[in-house]
Design a protein around this ligand. Structure first.
Ligand code: B12
Length: 215
C-alpha cells in the first residue's frame, strides 16, 4: 500500500465505522513512516469530519456516529502513543480539558499528546470537566497555560465561565488561556477574552509558544 492508499483507507475506515481496519491502518501508516500528524489530519480526521457532516444532515444516526468515534479512538490511541516523547521538557506547563457538559475528547487528547511531544508538561483533566477544576489544577501545578476544548455550541459558554472564574478569583494574569474545538473561533476567543484560539493541535503549539514568549 502506498501513502495515498493508506490515507484514503484511513478515512474510509472511519466512515465505515471499522475499528479493526482503522487500527490496522494506523499501525501500517506509522510503520511506513508517514508523519503521525499527517496520518491523523489527512486520513482519520477527514473521515470523522465526513461522519459529522452526514450526521448533521440526518444521513447517519447516533449509533453509527458512536461506532465511527470508537474507530477514531482506536486510531488516535495508536497515533498519540507514537508521538515522540521528548526528553527536552521545560517548554511550559499546560492544564487541559474538555469543558463541563461535553464528552468530546478526541481532539483534546490529540492536542495534549502533541504538546507533550513538543516538550510541554501536560496535565490532562479529561472530559466533562467542571470549570473550577481547571483553575484548581492550574494553581496546584503552577501552570503557564490553561487549554479548554468545547465541541458543542451549548458548552462553549464553559470557556467564557473559565475566563470569568479566573477574573473573579484574581488569577487572570497568572495564566494564559487558549481555546479550541470545532465551533470555536478567533472571534469567540476575542469576545470572551481568551488569550488565544487554535484551529488545530499544530496551531495550538504555535500559539502557545508565542504566548509564553510574550511572558
Ligand atoms: C466524534 C463525535 C462524537 C462522539 C465523541 C467521542 C469522543 N470520545 O470524543 C460521540 C458519539 C460521543 C458524540 C456525542 C455527541 N455529539 Co458529537 N460529534 C462528533 C464529531 C463527528 C467529531 C468530533 C471529533 O472528534 N473531531 C475530530 C477531532 C480531531 O477534531 P476536533 O475535536 O475539532 O479537535 C481539533 C481542533 O478543534 C482543535 N482543538 C480542539 N480542542 C482544542 C483545545 C485546545 C486547547 C486547542 C489548542 C485546540 C483544540 O485541535 C483538535 C485537533 O486538531 C463532531 C463533528 C465535527 N465536525 O466536529 C460531532 C458534533 C460535535 N457532535 C454533535 C452532537 C450534537 C453530539 C450529541 C449532542 C449527539 C446526541 N444527540 O447525543 C452528543 C453530545 C454528547 C455530549 N454531551 O458531549 C454536533 C454538535 C452540534 C453543535 N453545534 O453543537 C456535531 C458538530 C455533529 C453535527 N454536525 O451535528 N459526538
Amino acid at each position: 500500500m502506498n501513502k495515498v492508499e493508506i490515507l484514503e483507507g484511513a478515512q474510509k475506515a472511519i466512515l465505515e465505522s471499522d475499528a479493526n481496519r482503522a487500527t490496522e491502518l494506523a499501525q501500517r501508516g506509522l510503520a511506513e513512516g508517514i508523519d503521525p500528524i499527517e496520518l491523523m489530519n489527512e486520513g482519520f480526521v477527514l473521515g470523522i469530519n465526513k461522519v459529522g457532516d452526514l450526521f448533521s444532515v440526518g444521513k447517519l444516526f447516533l449509533p453509527e456516529l458512536l461506532m465511527s468515534s470508537k474507530a477514531m479512538e482506536a486510531a488516535t490511541g495508536i497515533i498519540n502513543a507514537a508521538l515522540p516523547s521528548t526528553a527536552n521538557k521545560g517548554k511550559g506547563k499546560l492544564v487541559i480539558g474538555t469543558v463541563e457538559g461535553d464528552i468530546h475528547d478526541i481532539g483534546k487528547t490529540i492536542v495534549a499528546s502533541l504538546f507533550k511531544a513538543n516538550g510541554f508538561e501536560v496535565y490532562d483533566l479529561g472530559r466533562d470537566v467542571p470549570i473550577p477544576r481547571f483553575v484548581e489544577e492550574a494553581e496546584r501545578v503552577g501552570a503557564h497555560l490553561i487549554g479548554s476544548s468545547a465541541l458543542l455550541t451549548t458548552t462553549m459558554t464553559g470557556q467564557k465561565r473559565l475566563e470569568e472564574e479566573l477574573k473573579e478569583s484574581g488569577l487572570r494574569e497568572k495564566f494564559k488561556t487558549i481555546v479550541g474545538g470545532a465551533p470555536v473561533t478567533q472571534r469567540w476567543a476575542d469576545r470572551i477574552g481568551a488569550d488565544a484560539f487554535a484551529e488545530d493541535a499544530t496551531d495550538g503549539i504555535k500559539k502557545a509558544k508565542q504566548l509564553l514568549e510574550q511572558g
